[in-house]
Design a protein around this ligand. Structure first.
Ligand code: TXA
Ligand code: MG
Length: 311
């Protein structure tokens, strides 16, 4: 059930009543439930058919709300939040006991983010309690970037889930997830905010840091080989490996803008639009310019969404 801005109070009331709702963010739409309700948290996992080992991101409405949920707030976290919040950046920090184990999947850390979408900020401010919100798609499937995508994804759920319409998402891929401990940090999931952006912010403020390139996988659960998958098979080719002769009739190409910011905005809606044509497969051809850091988030999603990768 898609609700418009003038019905925003219904969204707040549903959250107050421990229901889950669809919320727009600048990255992708989230399926939100209040963090102080185990009932709501369990609904998130049930509706998404998500396994409990995959931790949820907590969405806050200001920095102090985030600070109240963690055991420590290193100088690096100060820099990152001043530079990039509200925005598409999730910080993974040592949690305190206000974080339910359902959120953190038994880890000692919690992912925190202050989203930039004004409608969701209004909901969070009115509610006064942070919400846990994974992307509003069935587990392993393509993330939603419009309210209609969310409605389609959960069409069979009864009673219907209320979704706040905030238009098409501005960023289009999920937030950059950054693990922070003391003076170290590491990127666990690529997004629009890049390693060079994070390092520049630290350098500008004269804060010492060490970038950890290959962090132990135990810090980063929920990173399955396959994820973001559309309803038809997807293939990723390098230019050298692609030959039109090997593609069956009825295969369609995913074409994205040459500008990575624009391409991210197109990615999931194009994957959904092409799937609806029910082709035998969707293929994407990886070009030399896709190897730069600016494309890391998009190539990561495409690789995980593909059943076959030939490079
Ligand atoms: O942009 C986003 O981050 C969106 C919007 C809705 O905010 N949310 C999102 O949530 O992408 P989700 O559940 O689809 O992805 C959450 C991922 C987990 O799978 C995991 O990889 C990482 O974030 N994560 C969350 N908490 C973590 C933690 N404590 N330690 C390590 N990784 C964590
Ligand atoms: Mg997701």
């Amino acid at each position: 059930m898609i609700l418009k801005i003038h019905q925003i109070q219904q969204i707040v009331t549903a959250l107050q009543k421990e229901e889950v709702v669809g919320l727009p963010t600048e990255t992708v739409y989230g399926l939100a439930g209040r963090i102080d309700s185990e009932v709501a948290l369990k609904k998130i996992f049930a509706v998404k058919e998500r396994p409990f080992f995959d931790p949820l991101i907590v969405h806050v409405s200001n920095v102090s709300q985030a600070q109240e949920l963690v055991f420590e707030w290193p100088a690096i976290a100060d820099v990152f939040t001043q530079a990039f919040w509200p925005g598409p950046l999730t910080l993974v920090l040592k949690k305190n006991n206000k974080i339910n184990n359902l959120i953190s999947s038994g880890l000692e850390t919690v992912g925190l983010r202050w989203p930039r979408h004004r409608l969701t900020q209004m909901v969070l401010e009115e509610l006064g309690v942070p919400v846990a919100a994974p992307s509003a798609n069935k587990f392993g499937k393509t993330s939603p970037t419009t309210a209609e995508h969310v409605e389609g994804e959960f069409a069979t759920i009864q009673p219907p889930i209320r979704i706040l319409d905030g238009g098409a998402c501005e960023v289009g891929v999920e937030s950059t997830v950054v693990w922070v401990q003391g003076s170290q940090f590491s990127i666990l999931r690529h997004g629009q905010i890049l390693q060079r952006d994070l390092e520049r912010a630290l350098q500008e403020r004269g804060v010492d840091f060490e970038y950890v390139a290959h962090i132990d996988a135990k810090h980063s659960p929920g990173h399955m080989k396959h994820h973001y998958m559309p309803s038809v098979p997807m293939y990723l080719f390098s230019e050298e490996k692609f030959s039109e002769a090997t593609m069956s009739e009825g295969a369609v190409a995913l074409d994205l803008s040459a500008n990575p910011i624009e391409a991210a905005r197109q990615l999931y809606s194009e994957m959904r639009r092409l799937s609806e044509q029910n082709p035998s497969c969707i293929y994407f051809i990886k070009k030399p310019h896709h190897h730069t850091e600016d494309w890391a988030a998009i190539i990561d999603r495409l690789t995980k969404a593909s059943t076959k990768v030939s490079e």
